[in-house]
Design a protein around this ligand. Structure first.
Ligand SMILES: NC(=O)c1ccc[n+]([C@@H]2O[C@H](COP(=O)([O-])OP(=O)(O)OC[C@H]3O[C@@H](n4cnc5c(N)ncnc54)[C@H](OP(=O)(O)O)[C@@H]3O)[C@@H](O)[C@H]2O)c1
Length: 254
């Protein structure tokens, strides 16, 4: 993966190989959490024309560099946050990281694997799904008070946390993760979850992979459905490239 921004100090006399970087190294940065909540990263892939899915799933947008960046980002957080529709459609499994990455996490004082946290209002999730049965740590499920009352089937499979009468308050969900010691949260979508995170002012870093494809179709934009009071201003933090894929990292402007 080539780093295009920030560029090498003097590109004119720097051999192009110097721009090669290991995603595991570049995404492994110190992130200072804001007061009272963890640092929230969103990671999404889209086509050049903004599609987030091909035939209903994101896999058709992927490529080798994209997979390397996805894995490197998963090495970072204490918690991976995901909307129920994404977990259902993408058939989420338990979070797995290779031995080297797990060792790095432990060396910097984190648990060896991030914990999965789902958001589901209806609790239309299968407690026998492998993301529950094979998880190293029981996943959290942020849900509604009404659904939690009917959630007995998740006993021993997931920890249900009710955060609202009919929908989950995401500000409370992120505060709850803070209360449990999370310093970095990685949100993996989908677009409807992202839209709420943006509207609630909860996004600190946006990692956007742009796949060199035109897809058209009717998939949602990377963040969809909820308007923030005003657009959230960002600054470009890094740009990587591989095989025509762009890997953009933006951070919230101060
Ligand atoms: N390109 C990419 O990087 C990428 C990444 C992720 C997903 N995707 C694609 O995006 C699509 C799925 O995304 P999506 O936007 O439709 O759905 P989503 O954001 O993954 O999940 C929406 C669901 O999450 C639950 N939810 C979210 N916010 C809630 C709240 N405040 N209160 C209660 N429940 C809440 C609800 O679950 P219940 O229905 O259980 O109540 C809702 O139906 C799929 O096609 C997937 O392939 C693409």
């Amino acid at each position: 993966v080539r780093q295009l921004f920030p560029s090498p100090a003097d590109p004119s006399d720097t051999p192009s190989d110097d721009a090669q970087v290991d995603p595991l190294e570049v995404y492994d940065e110190v992130r200072e959490a804001p007061e009272g909540r963890p640092w929230v990263i969103v990671d999404m892939v889209s086509s050049v024309d903004g599609a987030t899915a091909v035939a209903g799933r994101s896999g058709g947008l992927g490529g080798p560099g994209d997979k390397a960046v996805f894995r490197a980002l998963r090495a970072v957080p204490d918690v991976i946050l995901v909307g129920a529709a994404t977990a259902r459609v993408e058939r989420y499994g338990p979070v797995r990281l290779d031995d080297e990455v797990r060792a790095r996490r432990v060396a910097r004082g984190q648990s060896s694997l991030p914990r999965l946290a789902l958001v589901s209002g209806r609790l239309d999730l299968d407690p026998d799904a492998v993301m529950f049965t094979e998880a190293a740590e029981t996943p959290l499920v942020f849900t509604t008070e009404r659904a939690a009352e009917q959630g007995g089937r998740f006993e021993g499979r997931a920890e249900l946390v009710a955060l609202g009468p009919t929908s989950v308050d995401l500000t409370k969900a992120v505060a709850e993760l803070d209360r449990r010691g999370a310093q970095v949260v990685l949100a993996e979508g989908g677009p409807h979850l992202n839209g709420q995170l943006v509207a609630a002012g909860l996004v600190d870093e946006w990692c956007q992979s742009v796949a060199p494809m035109l897809v058209a179709g009717d998939s949602a934009r990377v963040a969809h459905g909820t308007d923030p009071a005003a657009p959230v201003r960002l600054v470009l933090h890094r740009l990587l490239e591989q095989d025509g894929y762009l890997f953009l990292t933006y951070r919230r402007a101060e």
